[in-house]
Design a protein around this ligand. Structure first.
Ligand SMILES: Nc1ncnc2c1ncn2[C@@H]1O[C@H](COP(=O)(O)OP(=O)(O)OP(=O)(O)O)[C@@H](O)[C@H]1O
Ligand SMILES: O=c1[nH]c(=O)c2[nH+]cn([C@@H]3O[C@H](COP(=O)(O)O)[C@@H](O)[C@H]3O)c2[nH]1
Ligand SMILES: NC(=O)CC[C@H](N)C(=O)O
Ligand SMILES: [Mg+2]
Length: 520
């Protein structure tokens, strides 16, 4: 087997509803193995098809002894694959093989120190006694039965780590994936390297080779790929990847949907011209988008309208591109998860990302989405690997539905213009303060309310703009940026003075969760 193929064999993370399931996937990738999150009840047959090197059973809010608690297909324990159960996952694996699980009298949340560590076990190799681990449980394994052996304890948890006597099955009652568990990534690494035999070669370089090969296998010599580009990181990386795989059989399409920021169209065309060899077509579809959005105020319906209109525009343009069977998009893992996940890993729908949940049923293209498994920071590393310029790689994201999901309420040309000007001022001030690169994403939102003010001794009754700026690497979680008060003051005063129709500016101090980054 080629090293690249072995690198590509996944570690499947079975999702039992843990808050931390994404984090487990990230940690696995940090140890250079390829993680895929799948539903907890994935069948043993499907697992065999996916050909993983190991399984990780996540934690979860349920108790294994409750009616209706999520279970896995018992067949997965018969596949002889290395398995690591974390918290609920450990309780489930132990219960499935004869152990007893019960509620503990006092629940355990937060730090605990490991004792009686069996350092001869591969899982806990180089993990000293006294290591701090993070606990979050109200149940625990009481009687191990015949098949398991304890590997470590804490003051209140006699079985903090266990292993099966003869199979490569391990369990951790604590959470190795959270950063508060000292050596957590090391312990996961022990499982991957020493138990599962992971080659640790899942690098961005290996990913790139693999992705290029897969594209070449799919697209025939007379076929072409239409690639939606927005100037954003994800689509620029997608376009560069396609150009590497297919040369001039890629046609890039940038749609001006009338929802772009101030100066964006010219900047994108300029950047693309300087750094890409691929053909770029710019389509002015603003009339079409704004007409389709007329009178719509519901956030999900706005996204669906935009997703459909994008596809209509791509389809019309593809008529003049012979052999255009494929549409490429820069879809990332968070877009998929927030849109409700995939059949292998369903999740709650948070919002229809225009490029996933907002797509029409009949696409008219086959999709190529080489970044679908990646987080944003991984895409940025891939961009660097592909030689994209720094400015492009570190650009703040801008969503495909653009200003439509920041213009709360009805989307009209007039309201878009107000928003565009306020947004430009905020970004100008952020750049002037040298803080663009240090922050994850920043923008203005136009609220559908008016407030009373006093300007020039007279009463005003005008719109409110909210400013949002967040710190994040992966855009799955985020905290609001503690921007300097002087910067906020300057932005606020300039927006009110320079943008007619706005008399109040607010700063959004909500993290994600519970908020999302965008307001709609
Ligand atoms: N104006 C546009 N014209 C053509 N395609 C677009 C446009 N906006 C978005 N897309 C398509 O939708 C995909 C998802 O958009 P998204 O904003 O998530 O990614 P991006 O714009 O490439 O990167 P970033 O997240 O950094 O903004 C893009 O990768 C691209 O394929
Ligand atoms: O191309 C996109 N189409 C969409 O429909 C969409 N919705 C949100 N986003 C971007 O995704 C990231 C996470 O956003 P939320 O916290 O608002 O869900 C942030 O970077 C958002 O800007 C989108 N990008
Ligand atoms: N974090 C978890 O996986 C918790 C598992 C189980 N609900 C418990 O309380 O022990
Ligand atoms: Mg974008």
């Amino acid at each position: 087997m080629q090293p690249a193929d072995l690198a590509r064999r996944p570690v499947l993370v079975l999702d039992f509803g843990s808050q931390y399931v994404q984090l487990i996937a990230r940690r696995v990738r940090e140890r250079r193995a390829f993680a895929m999150i799948v539903r907890h009840d994935i069948s043993a047959d499907r697992v065999k098809e996916l050909d993983p090197i190991a399984l990780i059973l996540s934690g979860g809010p349920s108790s294994v002894y409750e009616e209706g608690a999520p279970k896995c297909d018992p067949g997965i324990f018969e596949l002889d694959l290395p398995i690591l159960g974390i918290c609920y996952g450990m309780q489930l694996a132990c219960q499935a093989m004869g152990a007893k699980v019960d509620a503990v009298p006092s629940r355990e949340y937060g730090p605990a120190a490991l004792r009686e560590v069996d350092g001869s076990s591969p899982l806990l190799s180089d993990v000293p006694t006294g290591t701090t681990v993070w606990m979050s449980h109200g149940d625990q394994v009481h009687e191990l039965g015949e098949e398991f052996i304890g590997l470590a304890s804490t003051a209140t948890c006699p079985l903090a780590a266990v292993r099966h006597r003869s199979r490569p099955v391990f369990g951790l009652q604590f959470h190795p994936e959270v950063s508060h568990t000292a050596l957590g990534t090391h312990i996961l690494g022990n499982f991957l390297d020493k138990v599962a035999g992971s080659p640790g070669t899942w690098t961005m370089e290996a990913y790139l080779d693999q992705a290029v090969r897969a594209i070449r296998e799919r697209v025939g010599p007379d076929e072409r790929v239409v690639c939606g580009v927005s100037g954003g990181v994800d689509s620029s990386v997608t376009a560069a990847l396609l150009a590497k795989a297919l040369g001039d059989r890629v046609v890039c399409i940038f749609v001006d949907n009338g929802l772009l920021r101030s100066g964006e169209r010219a900047a994108v065309v300029d950047m693309f011209g300087r750094h890409s060899e691929a053909e770029l077509r710019v389509i002015d579809a603003s009339e079409r988008f704004l007409t389709a959005l007329e009178g719509e105020t519901d956030p999900q319906r706005k996204r669906v309208i935009i997703g459909h209109t994008f596809i209509d525009v791509f389809r019309d343009e593809a008529k003049s591109i012979p052999g255009a069977r494929f549409l490429a998009q820069g879809t990332l893992y968070p877009d998929v998860i927030e849109s409700g996940g995939s059949p292998d890993a369903p999740a709650a729908t948070i919002k229809h990302h225009h490029n996933v949940g907002g797509l029409p049923a009949e696409l008219g293209f086959e999709l190529i989405e080489p970044l679908r498994d990646l987080f944003k920071d991984e895409v940025r590393r891939l961009g660097i690997e592909l030689g994209l310029p720094e400015g492009q790689v570190w650009r703040h994201p801008f969503p495909g539905p653009g200003l439509a999901v920041r213009c709360l309420g009805a989307v009209t040309r007039e309201r878009l213009e107000v928003l565009r000007r306020a947004d430009a001022i905020f970004l100008e001030e952020l750049r002037a303060a040298g803080l663009e690169r240090a922050t994850g994403q920043a923008f203005a939102v136009l609220l559908p309310v008016r407030s009373v003010g006093v300007m020039g001794d007279g009463r005003t009754y005008e719109s409110v703009v909210a400013l949002r700026c967040v710190d994040t690497d992966d855009f799955m979680t985020a905290d609001w940026t503690r921007l300097p008060a002087e910067l906020l003051a300057r932005a606020s005063s300039r927006i009110i003075n320079e943008v007619k129709g706005v008399n109040r500016v607010a700063y959004d101090i909500t993290s994600k969760p519970p908020g999302t980054i965008e307001w709609e």
